[in-house]
Design a protein around this ligand. Sequence first.
Ligand code: TRP
Length: 450
Amino acid sequence: MRKTSQHGQWSSRLAFILAATGSAVGLGNIWKFPYITGENGGGAFVLVYLACIFAIGIPIMMAEIMLGRRGRQSPINTMRDLAREAAGSRFWSWLGWLGVIAGFLILSYYSVIAGWAMAYVVRVGSGVFDGVTSDGVSNIFGQFIADPEKLLAWHSLFMILTMLVVARGVKGLERTVKFLMPALLVILVLLVGYAMEQGSFQQGVSFLFKADFSKITSDGILTAMGHAFFTLSLGMGAIMVYGSYLPSKISIGSTTIIIALADTAVALLAGLAIFPIVFANGLEPGSGPGLIFQTLPIAFGHMAYGSIFGALFFVLLFFAAWSSSISLIEPAVAWLVENKKMSRMRACIWAGLVTWTVGIGTVLSFNIAADLTLFGKTFFDVLDYLTANIMLPLGGLCIAIFAGWVMNKETARQELSLKHAALFNTWLFLVKFVSPLAVLVVFLKAIEVI
Ligand code: TRP
């Protein structure tokens, strides 16, 4: 009674690994991980983040892929059918809806930041930053984000590129990531090499890996956990929908480990490329979302062939964002095709338009509407906090509960088909108890109940 997806299948295990790694590795690794690490004091934050990846992220990713492959549809329909199969409540299809909404909201700001990366390919490549001072870089960044029309133009371009890939379906996704992922790794390794040669490498390493727990707050722990979900693309159905295109015979356990390790490696490599340059130039690690845009151009402006290295770096960032953004919208597109009987093209146009429109809010939050705040947070900050720190962990919590408590144990065992019984039991223990409890404790701590 194994189903197949109406949207097609990945052609091989490698194709799935590349696509899922493409989804996982993105702005989260290269833009967000360094700046939140900087804001939260370094080593201790990194340690909490790593613990979350292994104790919460990996088991939940296995659960998400497993549910997707079992259901073989968009997350909304998958959850509805799996709940029916397990005689569970209809409420579970709401998990799919939560995911679709989270996907729209994340992509709406993700696209704006990806637009910054594209703009910086041109800026850095044209040599604007040659010999620049730190004030000069801040000015250029400040002027850039103060210009809503420019931000909007880049945001629009990025959305069009994303929707073009999604419109071509599974085959389109596959062809794009096969080329993007290897290119990305090569450029990143090149940059770490540069940081070793020219940056304060020692200082960068000890900032990233020397844990000082006095520097971390409960909000920092929530951020680290939220980021573990964000960086692995968990908790909103992106990995579930990718799992629904996974051929039945492929092992979920080992593939998950490969994806999680690759994602973690890229984040750490990005940190190793960025912090040595930050320290060598006396820059501020905690300067926020502008970190890589305000610090790296200084380094690029002073190194030999800096405009080439710099342009490469931002091309890398754009590539990484592109292969992630497609997974943020795929659950919604799959649902529109299944339930509204739309062609993929039409579904993409609608989903793209909605996301693009919400993105205007983020564009304006950096300039005209910068003073419009809620609890001291701009529109962009609110979206980021709401999605990464609340919606994704909540979605992940529900996925773990569903896989551990609602779904039939034998179905899960069969679908995961892990080689050893002990491995299955470990996974089950993690999704039944460890992951849900960890998410709950961090939530409660963040709202200071305990
Ligand atoms: N993981 C991506 C990154 O690190 C972002 C992303 C893609 C994502 N798909 C997702 C985040 C689904 C949460 C959920 O940049």
